[in-house]
Design a protein around this ligand. Structure first.
Ligand SMILES: Cc1ncc(C[n+]2csc(CCOP(=O)(O)OP(=O)(O)O)c2C)c(N)n1
Length: 570
């Protein structure tokens, strides 16, 4: 047990030093008057050599959260974020919700208006300090975070930070919230002693209960047409080979549904695409692995006698108010621990002839599916306005093999397959738009030597505070390629309206409200205004060369780039 001692003057200095000591390398921030002790502490740390996370400014809170989110999923490290009291917290909520539903551990912090009206160092000294105070600042995000607390004094600092970080990183992971009153940050602290390394650690990954494994084996051994559906298994990189091995061994098709991480390389012989709808009818057992929504019950469902097993550290998604998918068996456990045990137990019972036949059927189904995709891509090639499938196919051809894709849902993965674990990140199921551009910057921060490409809709690009995004890309030297699939509309709203009212007035109307986005600015010029490369593309034949130019700007000139691709709507 080792104790460390630092010479500091204030709680703010000790706080920053402890974050750095606990492995937090970056503090994404959007500041206000509450930051005065933090700004002062950073300035002192620059002289004293007391460690502190790298300070990284983001000029909108949603950007700060999205960058932190991208950084966390790409690096596996916990970032800290600090925003300005109640109002900054309010601006960050969408990002917190995205992180919460995607189980991304972030130490999210905010100042608090000074508590005292006079007397103490840090007490109120400007008019906003009255109106910005809330009775319960954390109340607005308590439902989204795993834990919230307020730092009340320097003596408790180590316990509070350790509690925040261990809870954020215990399964299922997620953001936590800590508010930091200005007087507490400014409190004099003559010296700071703490444990190094920490004596409080995150809880381990849950391993499956053997009875549950045996019950799953019972179901799977009797199944002829099993199916695996996952969205998130690849969040844990160790789960990817576990899934690849399990699926291959028993020849079970795997569908990545609304994928957020690469869970199975697209070239794996068991990879059967991204939409399970057509496969449900024929399934007699389904393994739902790290997947909140395996299908859409109002549209399709597996047969009534199909046995359904859910696997995950929180297989019932306990934080979702309603989720009624049939569940014959729920196994609490980390996928990387569950699948090898299940595989070992199933091997003894599985029938090799059955597996051989399944392997054959799977290969045929896979080939048929891929041929369909190839045909569609070929047809999409010539279409004008440009088809999103062609955008995806051109990106597939132009990208570095080691690149990382961030998809705010307009990339079509069947036309731009990802092979390497950790090379694809899709938006959170909370789908708070405005995530992708900032997330890509965070990914680039974590992986500076890899090419990073964000694929966004025109809607999601606008939600991301583009000027703040492009500023951050230039200011922090994060050369990312942004591909905007620009259909000049909120296509999802159009799809939803036509889906609910296929014969309705809106379907007959040329221009129903809240769908078309008229007079959109020239996005390429917004990027160029920040020093990036920007190009508008409306000719499908010109797209491959445009990708080459944009990626040249990113790879060689080391500056951000944006392709504003004029596309057709749904
Ligand atoms: C913060 C937030 N506001 C609104 C929505 C609702 N919404 C979902 S998709 C969508 C349209 C997105 O447009 P775009 O990115 O251009 O993609 P498209 O649907 O046109 O393919 C909207 C407004 C949301 N998901 N998140």
């Amino acid at each position: 047990m080792a104790r460390k001692e630092l010479k500091v003057d204030s709680v703010a200095e000790a706080y920053l030093a402890l974050l750095a000591e606990r492995g937090i390398e970056v503090l994404f921030a959007n500041a206000g008057t509450d930051f005065a002790p933090i700004v002062e502490a950073y300035a002192k740390a620059a002289h004293s050599g007391v460690p502190a996370p790298k300070p990284l400014i983001a000029t909108h809170e949603n950007l700060a959260l999205s960058m932190a989110h991208g950084y966390a999923i790409a690096s596996g490290k916990v970032p800290a974020v600090m925003v300005h009291v109640s109002v900054g917290t309010a601006n960050a909520l969408c990002g917190v919700f995205n992180a919460a539903r995607e189980n991304v551990p972030i130490l999210f912090t905010a100042g608090r208006s000074p508590l005292t009206e006079e007397g103490l160092p840090g007490a109120r000294d400007t008019y906003i300090h009255w109106a910005q105070e809330m009775f319960d600042q954390a109340g607005m995000l308590r439902e989204m975070v795993k834990w919230d607390y307020e730092l009340r004094n320097g003596a408790q600092l180590e316990t509070v930070i350790d509690r925040a970080l261990t809870l954020a990183t215990s399964p299922p992971e997620g953001p936590v919230y800590l508010s930091l009153p200005r007087e507490v940050l400014a409190e004099p602290l003559p010296g700071f002693a703490y444990n190094s390394p920490a004596r409080r650690v995150a809880a381990s990954q849950p391993a499956p209960d053997e009875t549950a494994v045996a019950a799953a084996v019972d179901i799977l051994a009797g199944a002829q047409h099993p199916l695996i559906i996952t969205a998130d298994a690849g969040r844990d990189l160790a789960a990817v080979p576990a899934l690849a091995d399990f699926a291959e061994r028993f020849a079970i098709p795997v569908v990545e549904h609304r994928q957020r991480h690469l869970s199975l390389p697209a070239d794996h012989p068991c990879h059967l695409g991204y939409n399970p709808a057509a496969m449900l009818d024929g399934a007699d057992a389904i393994l739902v692995i790290d997947c909140d929504v395996p299908w859409t019950p109002s549209r399709e469902a597996p047969p009534a006698d199909c046995r359904i097993i859910h696997i995950g550290v929180d297989p019932l998604f306990s934080r979702y108010p309603i989720r009624g998918f049939t569940c014959d068996l729920a196994i609490t456990g980390a996928t990387r621990l569950v699948l090898p045990r299940l595989g070992a137990a199933l091997a003894a019972l599985a029938d090799p002839t059955e597996i051989g036949m399944r392997r054959q059927r799977l290969a045929e189904a896979r080939e048929k599916q891929r041929a369909g995709w190839r045909k569609l891509a070929e047809e999409a090639k010539l279409l004008r306005p440009i088809h999103p499938a062609w955008v995806s196919a051109c990106l597939a051809a132009a990208r570095d093999p080691g690149s990382i894709l961030v998809n705010e849902y307009t990339l079509l993965p069947e036309h731009c397959p990802s092979i390497r674990p950790g090379s694809f990140f899709g938006s959170s199921p909370a789908a708070g738009l405005g995530w992708g551009a900032g997330a890509a910057l965070g990914v680039k921060l974590a992986e500076p030597d890899r090419q990073v490409v964000a694929v966004l809709g025109d809607g999601s690009y606008l939600f991301a505070n583009p000027v703040a995004v492009h500023h951050a890309a230039t200011a922090h030297r994060l050369p990312v390629l942004f591909v905007v699939v620009n259909n000049a509309m909120w296509g999802a709203v159009r799809r939803a309206t036509l889906g609910m009212y296929p014969q309705g007035e809106a379907a007959r109307s040329n221009r129903p409200p809240f769908i078309d986005l008229d007079e959109l600015p020239a996005f390429e010029q917004v990027c160029a205004a920040a020093g990036g490369y920007g190009e508008r593309v409306d000719d499908p034949a010109a797209l491959p060369a445009a990708f080459e130019r944009a990626l040249h700007a990113v790879n060689v000139e080391k500056r951000q780039a944006l392709l504003n691709v004029i596309c057709r709507g749904p």
